[in-house]
Design a protein around this ligand. Structure first.
Ligand code: SF4
Length: 163
């Protein structure tokens, strides 16, 4: 296919994570998509104006990205600051980019309060995970973008009919 794919910038090797690191994914499909000019690299948090590095953030109270979008949960950082507004801003910018590039698929890193799609952390900053999606992944899904986690790249290849 010629589908463009929204990809977390940290997966593309860009050092944009809260701790100033990248989390590069070495996979032939990702290399192929990049060579074909089909990767739309996004970091919702940096696009929303957060600095690198920044304090880690989690969705409070075991909430989900969908609850944040509904105004029923907040995103807080490890200093206790409420960063909900910026996380929603980042999600909206990501959705705008997906629309501008016609992306129907996204490959996002799991566990992030923005990009997580299978699990996120529970807001206690103690490493406790629970099933759920981050704010950007939730907004993309609500708007028809199919979101795959970094561990699901094989499933995305299959979905694209490229295996
Ligand atoms: Fe990576 Fe997404 Fe976090 Fe940006 S917001 S550092 S792209 S996981």
């Amino acid at each position: 296919t010629t589908d463009k794919i929204l990809v977390s910038a940290c997966l593309m090797g860009r050092p944009v994570r809260y701790n100033g690191a990248a989390k590069p994914l070495a996979h032939p499909a990702l290399e192929r998509w990049q060579a074909e000019g089909r990767v739309v690299s996004i970091c919702p948090e940096v696009m929303a104006g957060f600095s690198i590095p920044r304090p880690p953030a989690e969705i409070a109270g075991s909430g989900s990205g969908a609850a944040v979008l509904d105004g029923a949960a907040n995103v807080v950082d490890a200093t206790g600051a409420d960063v909900t507004r910026r996380f929603v801003d980042g999600a909206r910018i990501a959705l705008d980019l997906a629309r501008a590039h016609g992306c129907r698929f996204a490959l996002l890193i799991d566990g992030s309060p923005s990009c997580g799609s299978g699990f996120i952390y529970d807001g206690s900053f103690s490493g406790q995970k629970h099933p759920g999606a981050g704010v950007t992944a939730a907004l993309l899904r609500e708007n028809g973008v199919e979101v795959f986690s970094d561990r699901e790249i094989g499933a995305l290849e299959t979905r694209l009919g490229e295996t």
